[in-house]
Design a protein around this ligand. Structure first.
Ligand SMILES: [Zn+2]
Length: 375
């Protein structure tokens, strides 16, 4: 991961490079920033820069043997610690290394990964990830390894707030008496859950959410998102690149879903039964997953319209196109019908999931809306 691959944060990158040029790399640093800010990406890019054998003025070279290994996250002096738990494959005393393959794959695919996504990948089901006592033995073992290729050994700890007390106290000891040439990069989203003694011994690098201009450019330039859609996503993602990526990938279907929702509501309001049946025929053809997608989308739009109706604009999350439609439509979603409308869509979602005959399900949805929307 090179600095140029990290979205935004030019000042922070400069500062980090400066510490290397001035030979003032602090041995324990805390990259503190909200989800999707790129705190983890920055820590990795920083480590890669330090280890690069052919540093450029503002970035690592990306091609030297060290950079090559960093790119695949397999550099022998690069160590990761992250929250884990037991799963179907790892049944006892889980530690980070048990999941290192999934970790590398996940991070190479998306270094803005969030906790939920990570737990989903390692299939720990409904459990929370933790950094346990066993992990601290692993850290100690790794600290005792000699450095293999780089001047420094890097210990990147993702979400130190997930450490249990034992592990946190051990980490404190390691930070207080660090082995030579070892750098600790703690990457946190919530410093309040980290024990104060650790906080006071780390250098804080505060990473704000990504500014809108950088986020917008990244969407257009890197992902090829069209300008008006990139604007919508920038607004919705609110500085979170993980969220922006999700929206960019889900985006096209949302446009279709909005059109479908709009015509359903119009037809229902004007009670055009023949056209409603055409609408049902059409949605019956799009396949179950897309039908479920439409129903989830509709639930979201109902909720947002109800909020708009209540004049709670500050908690309304709509794209520009959705907003234009909802400004007028929201008057039809109110206390008197919102709950029942919700039930209709929820019920349909469950029925589609259980392989009910989809034409009947959607016809039923449409006819119920005819009744509810005019209330
Ligand atoms: Zn290099």
């Amino acid at each position: 991961m090179q600095f140029k691959e990290v979205v935004g944060h030019p000042k922070i990158k400069e500062q980090l490079i400066y510490t290397v040029e001035e030979n003032r790399i602090s041995h324990a640093q805390l990259f503190l920033g909200p989800e999707g800010s790129g705190n983890l990406a920055l820590a990795i890019a920083y480590a890669q820069y330090i280890a690069c054998t052919n540093k450029q003025g503002n970035d690592s070279c990306g091609v030297c043997p060290s950079c090559q290994k960093f790119k695949k996250l397999i550099h022998p002096d690069l160590h990761f610690v992250f929250p884990v738990n037991t799963s179907k494959t790892i049944k006892k005393n889980p530690v980070s290394d048990d999941y290192i393959t999934q970790w590398r794959t996940a991070l190479i695919e998306n270094p803005y990964i969030n906790q939920d996504k990570w737990y989903e990948i390692i299939e720990i089901e409904n459990k929370q990830g933790v950094i346990s006592k066993n992990e601290s033995y692993e850290i100690l073992r790794k600290l005792n390894l000699k450095t293999f290729e780089s001047e420094y050994k890097f210990m990147i700890i993702w979400l130190p707030e997930k450490m249990n007390t034992y592990a946190a106290n051990k980490l404190l000891k390691f930070i207080e008496e660090p082995p030579e040439k070892t750098l600790f990069f703690l990457v946190s989203e919530n410093s309040e859950q980290i024990i104060p003694t650790i906080l006071s011994r780390t250098q804080l690098i505060k990473i704000p959410k990504i500014d809108n201009d950088s986020l917008y450019s990244a969407l257009c330039d890197r992902l090829g998102v069209k300008p008006d859609k990139a604007l919508d996503i920038t607004h919705l993602a609110n500085g979170n690149y993980f969220e922006a990526l999700n929206l960019a990938h889900a985006g096209d279907e949302d446009y279709e879903n909005l059109e479908r929702f709009k015509s359903l509501m119009r037809l229902a309001y004007s009670q055009k039964i023949v056209e409603i049946i055409d609408w049902v025929d059409e949605i019956a053809r799009i396949g179950r997953e897309k039908q479920k997608g439409f129903l989830t989308y509709s639930l979201r739009l109902l909720r947002e319209n109800f909020m708009l109706n209540l004049k709670r604009k500050e908690i309304v999350y709509l794209t520009q196109k959705e907003y234009i439609f909802s400004e007028n439509f929201s008057q039809f979603i109110h206390q008197g019908n919102v709950r029942k409308l919700y039930e209709v869509f929820n019920r349909a979602y469950a029925d589609i999931g259980m392989n009910a005959y989809n034409k009947i399900v959607f016809l039923d949805v449409a006819l119920k809306i005819v009744k509810l929307i005019r209330k």
